[in-house]
Design a binder for this molecule. Structure first.
Ligand SMILES: Nc1ncnc2c1ncn2[C@@H]1O[C@H](COP(=O)(O)OP(=O)(O)OP(=O)(O)O)[C@@H](O)[C@H]1O
Length: 278
């Protein structure tokens, strides 16, 4: 786990004794993203069940759990990507730095500039390496010192040295791991506050995966990173905080990553982590 100078987070997990449901209510010291009783439905199917958690600033938060438990749904709720699904409806609250992400006056496109996203399969545009990174800056009309901004983003994404002599060449000619780091450079070029990553390394080989993991830890020195991963070793290696979702979109436990992996409160979490199901 990273040792950077993030604020100390006091994580409290209240279990069911004082509550009518068996779900934890989790609060953290300085959450940058906060969900309160967030439920998401696709048509009649409930994909998230009243999820309450606070995601701490400038740390890596991992979301883990078996297939179909709502990890991606939670991630996509943060930047309103679920708005793009016709059947999706949302109940409850989700805020970014205290502002309701689902408020009437919030423009989802502007919101997604503050909340960058990286997907499982690298998806560079069929353009040059340079134009990929410059894309969001041009849309926002932030073209002053564009070369410098592109270079900085590529450096932050640990890609610059590998591509500095081929910035005008097609991004599609890069390896899968390089393409994924390019997508990270594209996401951070516009200086978002939060980076969401949905299985960012699952399509990559072990060496490329290890580079992405190192990069994620470095990025958390500047950004709040939320990563969905199926890979529990990866969550244990790179995250500071871990949320465990189980079947039916229930957040069962949320705590410091070390605690989740070494001494979880819930038997179901221990069973999942030790591979008894999922
Ligand atoms: N666009 C959609 N339309 C209808 N149902 C959906 C949609 N997206 C997800 N679901 C359903 O919502 C539930 C949660 O899906 P989600 O993709 O969030 O889970 P996940 O934990 O990320 O799964 P995986 O690990 O397999 O990617 C599943 O039952 C899934 O079938």
């Amino acid at each position: 786990m990273s040792e950077h100078d993030s604020p100390t987070i006091a994580t409290t997990v209240q279990t069911s004794e004082t509550e009518s449901t068996d779900r934890p209510t989790v609060t953290t010291g300085h959450p940058v993203i906060e969900s309160r009783d967030l439920s998401v439905y696709y048509g009649d199917e409930q994909a998230l069940q009243s999820v309450s958690l606070g995601i701490p600033n400038q740390q890596v938060t991992a979301i883990i759990g078996p297939s179909g438990c709502g990890k991606s749904t939670f991630l996509r709720s943060i930047n309103r990507m679920n708005d793009l699904v016709d059947t999706a409806t949302i109940d409850g609250e989700l805020s970014l730095e205290g502002t309701n992400v689902y408020g009437d006056d919030v423009d989802p496109v502007a919101l997604r500039r503050k909340i960058g996203m990286v997907f499982q399969h690298p998806n560079p545009f069929p353009k040059s390496i340079y134009d990929n990174v410059a894309y969001g800056l041009r849309i926002q009309d932030e073209t002053e010192n564009l070369d410098e901004k592109v270079e900085t983003a590529l450096k932050r994404a640990a890609l610059f040295e590998e591509v500095e002599d081929q910035l005008d060449e097609s991004a599609l000619d890069l390896s899968g791991g390089q393409q994924q780091r390019l997508c990270i450079a594209r996401a951070i070029a516009v200086d978002p506050e939060v980076l969401l990553m949905d299985e960012p390394a699952s399509a990559l080989d072990p060496i490329a995966t290890s580079k992405i993991e190192d990069l994620i830890e470095e990025l958390a020195e500047e950004y709040t990173v939320v990563i969905v991963t199926h890979n529990m070793q990866q969550a244990a290696r790179i995250s500071d905080t871990t949320a465990v979702f189980l079947t039916g979109g229930e957040l069962v436990e949320y705590d410091d990553t070390e605690k989740i992996f070494e001494n979880p409160e819930h038997q179901r979490v221990e069973d999942y982590i030790t591979g008894k199901f999922g």
